[in-house]
Design a protein around this ligand. Structure first.
Ligand SMILES: [Zn+2]
Length: 417
């Protein structure tokens, strides 16, 4: 067993014979080739045990469900407890008549415990996968429910584990940087009654620091947060999260600009990291002025059953949009497919013919996040952000050819509102 690994599988099986066979098997596999993960080794071993002894599987499922229920209690879902966990030096947990002194628990114990829940869950699943399973094995199917051990549960509990370690010296495997992106992702399912507390409840822990001002409106707080993230270079994150909340009712009520994420309806899972953009400035009260490469106008493909897929055209609208700057006027206005050939892709239903596909980067990059804009006013080059898509080009050309074609796409300045 490695120094930092505390396996909770045996206690969850209600067995205290040491050592854990999963850990032993992992250690052996590590010394041979090191390709297997401790998770997979445990799951394989548990699967075999649960197959040969279904009542053991049921007992493990019951224990696991107790643990999951504990960490699913309302208390752990409160957003304001997070800073208490993070900022306090001493943690005592009170449970009825019991008092637990957290300093006696090893670092990362919540992570290890939740990891063990996960192993048991997967072991149970695999044990019942076989269609020829017996009736008693089949009964295990509903043992650990996906609703409770889903992604929000995993993120929140791993985040809690990391917060509880904040006062321990040194980094551990599970220590996460207190960036906004990490905290918002981990604690998306943590609740608060005021919308602005989605951000403000984390403000004492997160970097970079933001101004907290309770006299601001919800829309102002959301917008100022997006601006702070843009200032911090997180343009990909901002556009990705904003595009995921394009069509929600809150947004309409608040009249948020299309580039501002609404933290209530986006799970912030995107962790992409793109090079710096050509230019994104916040201008006037609610618009962004962005230098982008216009890759083309989206058209639906009507071939066969590709109805919901799009291809790129350099059409009349494209030339109108791109020729508004004098330097580009000499480009001939021929309607043609964009030299950049997209990989066929299904878009969200609210992408329409005539929407513009743009990149914020000077050069072609596989880290890029392309933005889809809809024209609001051609004279002022004003657009709304509609959708984003990860860069996806057809394989018919080489990377060098794609890079050349990308550089031929004209640069324009757009105002996103
Ligand atoms: Zn183990």
């Amino acid at each position: 067993m490695s120094m930092h690994h505390n396996c909770f599988v045996l206690p969850l099986l209600n067995e205290d014979s040491l050592p854990c066979s999963g850990c032993v098997a992992y250690q052996q596999s590590e010394s041979v080739n090191g390709h297997l993960t401790t998770h997979n080794v445990h799951v394989d071993w548990l699967e075999k045990r649960f197959r040969s002894n279904p009542s053991l599987g049921q007992a493990a499922a019951d224990m696991t469900n107790v643990g999951i229920r504990f960490f699913s209690r309302r208390y752990w879902k409160r957003r304001w407890i997070l800073q208490e966990l993070s900022l306090s030096n001493i943690h005592h947990w009170y449970w009825g008549q019991h008092v637990l002194d957290m300093s006696e628990f090893p670092n990362d114990w919540i992570s290890h415990l939740v990891g063990s829940f996960w192993m048991i869950n997967d072991g149970l699943r695999k044990a019942v996968e076989d269609p020829a399973r017996t009736a008693s094995e089949r009964r295990l199917t509903a043992a650990v429910s996906d609703d409770v051990i889903g992604i929000p549960f995993i993120h929140r509990t791993l985040g809690l584990s990391s917060l509880c370690n904040s006062q321990s010296p040194g980094m551990t495997r599970f220590t996460r940087k207190r960036t906004w992106i990490n905290l918002l992702r981990d604690f998306h399912s943590s609740e608060c009654s005021e919308p602005i507390d989605m951000y403000y409840a984390l403000a004492s822990m997160a970097i970079p620091k933001i101004c907290v001002n309770y006299s601001s409106t919800v829309a102002t707080v959301f917008q100022q947060f997006a601006e702070a993230m843009l200032d911090n270079g997180e343009w990909v994150w901002v556009f990705y999260c904003a595009a995921k909340t394009v069509n929600n009712q809150h947004r309409e009520r608040l009249q948020l600009p299309s580039w501002v994420p609404d933290p209530r309806s986006v799970n912030f899972h995107y962790g992409g990291n793109a090079p710096p953009p050509m230019g994104i400035q916040i201008s006037q009260s609610d618009s962004l002025v962005c230098d982008v490469r216009c890759l083309g106008v989206l058209y639906e493909s009507h071939e066969e059953d590709l109805n919901s897929r799009f291809h790129l055209m350099w059409d009349g609208l494209f030339w109108q949009v791109c020729s508004s700057r004098k330097a580009l006027e000499e480009i001939s206005e021929v309607i043609q497919p964009s030299p950049l050939q997209l990989k066929a892709r299904r878009y969200a239903f609210y992408v329409r013919e005539g929407d513009l596909l743009c990149s914020c980067l000077e050069k072609l990059s596989f880290e890029d996040l392309w933005i889809i804009l809809r024209l609001v006013d051609v004279k002022t080059q004003t657009y709304q952000l509609i959708e984003v898509q990860e860069m996806s080009l057809s394989r018919s050309s080489s990377d060098t050819e794609h890079a050349q074609m990308f550089s031929k796409c004209p640069k324009i300045k757009v105002r996103i509102v």
